[in-house]
Design a protein around this ligand. Structure first.
Ligand code: SAH
Ligand code: SF4
Ligand code: F3S
Length: 431
């Protein structure tokens, strides 16, 4: 059997695209996955271009792959960097055999044998395409519910790499989840750049269903026990959606509310569509409706024109919401984005200082949150065997747990009591 080495960078959508690529290949000719580059017949780098660093790493990586791969092995560059650099990738690195953009995954088996094929059409519509079944994880499934993004946040390259937003009809989503449940998945992660904008744009006429209705439909699937989703947009967090989140027992009580900045004037320049007050109001509503929920966020520091006062407002939101999880980044100017042209770019020194302060304070908050977990009880879904007779899993609210146990626990949901806490994970015993 031929062997595939696939490296996946970036977000959950890219992880799902990699699964779809494996499914596509398997329909033509089965491939075994390998982590040994030297024995691969096909090497795929599924790239991310959200910040500059991973892009510059790509070309040095292609050089290394070229050096160590079998002479007959092909190299494909896929994903968001493929979308935005297109044929320039082959110009710069002729050892690359094909370039397949983020929205063009279904074309993989057609182009794999075409030397120097480049397929990067961001208008390509796979929303009605039924991919073959493949998932990395036996107990959990990722399911796309929409493609692309209808926003134009001024820092973000994603609309230029994944194109306009289009939702996948709910019937196709339900069918796909039912199949995953029939083969052992008890948990599903619904994926899209703005999941709670679901239902605005369809390619086919008949589908009419918003995100709240989709959640209701999905939760009726028998055998499915847990529903997660990422990423929702704060702008579309209406009361109806938050009530569904809080009261539907199948929806896991973990929600990503990407802040980006705490300053209303900066949020305006980012074109996020909400104010600091709206963001705080939505988070307060989540805490009130659902005190057990955890809230994670994304923050960018050093966006053009970010003053000390703007940054203090971000710190204020951090104190007010006390996010359980934070993904924070220094602003990185990207091609095809409005903010890259803004005057008053912030120096790396200032951005680094702000990032360090933000992360240090957040670490203190996480320590307080995790220490308070001693003796708490959670429902944990066990999904991974670890070394030393341990098994790991996630609580409903996303906290990572370790318990002593064997593979019998895998795929089961158990009540667990915390016996030891640390910053990243909790140790527990099954009750
Ligand atoms: N659709 C999602 C975001 C996807 S990109 C949303 O709106 O929440 C993931 C995160 O990368 C963003 O939330 C943002 O915090 C960060 N990001 C995007 N562009 C960036 C840039 N140019 N520089 C630094 N961080 C960026
Ligand atoms: Fe990027 Fe904004 Fe779209 Fe998220 S909502 S993918 S940050 S443009
Ligand atoms: Fe990266 Fe594309 Fe996702 S730029 S974050 S892989 S949508």
């Amino acid at each position: 059997m031929k062997k595939l080495y696939i490296e996946t960078l970036g977000c959950a959508m890219n992880v799902r695209d990699s699964e779809h690529m494996i499914a596509e290949l398997n329909q033509k000719e089965p491939y075994a996955l390998t982590s040994n580059l030297k024995e691969a017949d096909l090497i795929i780098i599924n790239t991310c271009s959200v910040r500059e660093k991973p892009v510059s790493k790509l070309f040095s990586e292609i050089g290394v792959f070229k050096k160590y791969k079998k002479p007959s092995a092909k190299i494909g560059v896929t994903g968001c960097t493929a979308s935005h650099l297109g044929k320039d990738i082959i110009k710069r690195a002729p050892s690359v055999d094909f370039v397949l953009g983020a929205r063009n995954v279904s074309k993989l088996s057609k182009i794999i044998d075409v030397k120097h094929a480049v397929e990067v059409d961001i208008d390509h519509d796979d929303s009605l395409y039924a991919f073959g079944e493949y998932r990395t994880h036996p107990f959990k499934a990722m399911i796309n519910i929409s493609m692309g993004c209808d926003k134009s946040c001024t820092y973000c390259i994603v609309p230029a790499t994944r194109g306009d937003e289009v939702s996948i009809p709910s019937e196709l989503i339900i069918r796909e989840i039912e199949k995953a449940v029939a083969t052992g998945a008890k948990e599903v992660m619904l994926l899209g750049q703005n999941v709670n904008n679901y239902g605005k744009y369809f390619s086919s006429k008949e589908s009419k269903c918003n995100f709240t209705e989709l959640l209701q439909k999905v939760s009726q699937i028998e055998g499915l026990e847990r529903i997660r989703f990422t990423s929702p947009h704060p702008l579309h967090m209406d009361n109806e959606f938050l009530e569904e989140f809080a009261h539907n027992p199948k929806i896991c009580k973990q929600i990503h509310v990407p802040l980006q900045s705490g300053s209303t004037s900066l949020l305006k320049e980012m074109k996020r569509g909400y104010s600091k007050e709206w963001f705080l109001n939505r988070c307060a509503k989540i805490r009130k409706l659902c005190p057990e929920a955890t809230i994670s966020t994304d923050i960018i520091v050093g966006f053009p024109n970010e003053s000390d006062a703007d940054f203090e407002e971000t710190m204020e939101v951090l104190e007010a919401v006390r996010f359980e999880q934070l993904f924070s980044f220094k602003y990185s100017p990207r091609p095809h984005t409005a903010a890259a042209e803004y005057e008053n770019q912030i120096s790396n020194k200032i951005a680094s200082k702000r990032l360090t302060r933000l992360q240090a304070r957040h670490t203190e908050i996480v320590d307080e949150i995790m220490n308070a977990q001693m003796d708490a009880e959670h429902q944990v879904y066990f999904d991974e065997l670890k070394s030393g007779g341990r098994v790991s899993g996630r609580a409903d609210d996303g906290k990572l747990f370790f318990v002593e146990g064997s593979e019998d626990l895998l795929g089961s949901i158990q009540k667990v009591k915390v016996i030891k806490t640390s910053r990243g994970a909790l140790n527990g015993i099954i009750l």
